[in-house]
Design a protein around this ligand. Structure first.
Ligand SMILES: [Zn+2]
Length: 275
């Protein structure tokens, strides 16, 4: 995502100082506000109905491919541009999103949209810049991601970083919980939170997968069917919260991914595609 480093600095400082800054104290100086405004990063809030969001997401997904998202994710691994990572999980969710309508005040059973009066785009952008996104399966976040994908420069990539990372997961023989697995990924530049979000993205893409709790690669997973583990406190995104490294990777999902990238040289054939 083409965003200048000063804008990133200003946005992070607005929300975070050794923890979340209280909403009453998130003030910007006039010059910082002007800088964000001049660079198009003062996104503000927006009022959108459920049906408008779904219509936008479905429409936008037609112009995007898995390859677009995978290229940005692959490049982000060496650059640590965490903001580029979630485009792939947003594209996958959007491209499998069923067209549907929802008008009551209850959360939508399909996409989970909660009829909020307005969407705070700035806080979603902050989370994206800080960790690579947090609410990866929230439809508002997917919607914002698809809007921001236009602000990317398109660089050629051979996807080597991404493929090497995923194949490295497959070579492991440990049995770590999702949280410990993410923490163990010293090969990924960044902190624990960034690694957890990266794993969550790969889980939305079915690469890191519990056999009974699959991601969105082959079908959109309705919000009211996303079962959570029976734990008191869950701080990992669904469905990564179910993962254990003993499951390895879903080779069927990796095959779909690598074929979409035009890479047929990866030796992962003769595998049953798991959904
Ligand atoms: Zn919905």
């Amino acid at each position: 995502m083409d965003i200048d480093s000063k804008s990133i600095r200003i946005i992070k400082a607005k929300y975070w100082k050794n923890g979340w800054i209280d909403s009453s104290k998130r003030n910007l100086s006039d010059s910082d506000a002007e800088h964000l405004s001049n660079h198009g990063w003062n996104l503000g809030t927006v009022e959108l109905s459920h049906d408008q969001i779904i219509s936008d997401v479905v429409e936008k997904s037609r112009d995007l491919s898995l390859k677009d998202g995978a290229a940005l994710l692959s490049q982000s691994l060496s650059t640590r541009k965490v903001q580029d990572r979630s485009f792939i999980s947003s594209v996958i969710q959007a491209s499998n999103m069923p067209k549907h309508s929802h008008t009551t005040s209850d959360p939508c059973p399909i996409c989970g949209f909660y009829n909020e009066p307005e969407i705070d785009q700035d806080v979603l952008l902050f989370e994206k810049l800080m960790w690579g996104g947090v609410r990866l399966t929230n439809i508002e976040y997917v919607w914002l991601d698809l809007k921001l994908i236009d602000r990317n420069s398109h660089q050629e990539t051979n996807f080597e970083e991404l493929i090497n990372l995923v194949m490295g997961f497959e070579a492991r023989s440990d049995k770590l919980s999702a949280s410990k697995f993410a923490a163990s990924l010293k090969e990924v530049k960044g902190n624990k939170a960034e690694r957890e979000i990266l794993c969550s993205i790969l889980s939305v893409c079915n690469i890191l997968q519990h056999p009974e709790h699959t991601g969105f690669l082959l079908k959109y997973q309705p919000a009211n069917e996303r079962q959570l583990p029976n734990q008191h406190f869950i701080d990992l995104e669904w469905p990564f919260c179910w993962y254990n490294s003993s499951f390895g990777i879903n080779k069927g999902a990796l095959e779909i991914l690598t074929r979409s990238l035009g890479r047929t040289d990866i030796p992962i054939t003769n595998q049953t595609i798991q959904n």
